[in-house]
Write a protein that binds this ligand. Structure first.
Ligand SMILES: *Cc1c(COP(=O)(O)O)cnc(C)c1O
Length: 224
């Protein structure tokens, strides 16, 4: 898409979202120019799956925007992730959160986190199982340099986005249950769910942040 056309398109999507929903640009494979264009059109959160890609783009984009990690975080990359990102959306174990906490201590930084939920209970997917979320939240809540701010889920890959509703609902119910627990230092204010083909369903089920790639930028050239 041409830069102006892209900006116009992004403004339309932004205007169509309810005011409590944040649009996160899922920016994998996009050029720095494309990322700059969506930010200028009003996007305030940019998500990356890979650290290297985020680092490369970050140095070339001039903007006041928040950078989120939305891909799986490997333990040996935690230091770099803590330096690069303003939020990590994919925490799924205590050891990972502890490693983030340790690096944050060194940098004197507080890192906002989302807990990734494996809502489809898929064997080869990251994320914690639904019943493990609350016990994990309680333990991570005790780490001084991190702050749990919500939950994130992908859900299974299904042809019909309506069939994802069940999974989004499940995660929203856990989110609401955590809200009622009033766990010290834990906030439930970000519910990150829904992608290009499922974001409308996700919003109906309570998403406060949707992660859009294809719908925002157009089809990806490289299969991902
Ligand atoms: C790529 C990606 C998205 C966006 O996917 P689209 O279908 O292109 O909108 C959202 N979340 C994560 C974690 C992704 O990797």
């Amino acid at each position: 898409m041409e830069k102006e056309q892209l900006a116009e398109h992004v403004r339309k999507i932004l205007a169509s979202l309810p005011s409590h929903v944040t649009l996160e640009a899922a920016a994998k494979t996009r050029t720095a120019e494309e990322v700059q264009a969506v930010i200028e059109a009003g996007v305030t959160v940019v998500g990356y799956n890979y650290l290297q890609e985020a680092e490369g783009i970050k140095t070339r984009v001039q903007a006041d925007v928040r950078w989120h990690l939305i891909g799986h975080l490997q333990k040996n990359k935690v230091k770099k992730a803590v330096e690069l990102f303003d939020m990590i959306e994919t925490i799924d174990s205590l050891t990972l959160a502890e490693a983030v906490n340790t690096h944050c201590e060194r940098l004197d930084k507080i890192m906002p986190l989302l807990i990734e939920v494996n809502s489809g209970r898929e064997a080869n997917k990251s994320g914690v199982l639904p019943e493990e979320v609350i016990p994990l939240v309680r333990r991570i809540a005790q780490l001084p340099q991190v702050r749990i701010q919500g939950l994130m889920t992908m859900g299974p890959l299904l042809d019909d986005p309506q069939r994802l509703r069940l999974y989004f609902k499940l995660v929203r119910e856990i989110y609401q249950e955590i809200q009622t627990l009033n766990i010290p230092s834990v906030e439930m204010k970000v519910l990150s769910m829904g992608m290009s083909d499922s974001y409308l369903v996700a919003i109906k089920e309570g998403a406060t942040q949707v992660r859009l790639g294809t719908l925002l930028f157009g089809p990806r050239d490289i299969s991902f």
